[in-house]
Write a protein that binds this ligand. Structure first.
Ligand code: FES
Length: 56
C-alpha cells in the first residue's frame, strides 16, 4: 500500500529502510522524499516509524 502518494512510496519501502537502520523522519525524507509535496503522509510515516522502532 502506498503511504506517500505524491512520491509513490509504499509502507514496505519505509519498513525496509527502518530495518536497514533509519531511525528518524529526516532519514526517511532523505531516502524517499516523503512529505516533500503535500505533506499528508507525514503523520502516517511517523506512525510506521514509531511502530517499527518498537519492534527493534
Ligand atoms: Fe507524501 Fe504528498 S503524500 S508528500
Amino acid at each position: 500500500m502506498y503511504v506517500c502518494l505524491c512520491n509513490a512510496v509504499s509502507d514496505k519501502a519505509i519498513k525496509k529502510s527502518i530495518a536497514e537502520g533509519a531511525t528518524t523522519m529526516r532519514e526517511l525524507y532523505a531516502e524517499h522524499c516523503v512529505g516533500n509535496q503535500c505533506g499528508k503522509c507525514c503523520k502516517d510515516v511517523k506512525g510506521i516509524l514509531n511502530e517499527e522502532l518498537l519492534k527493534l
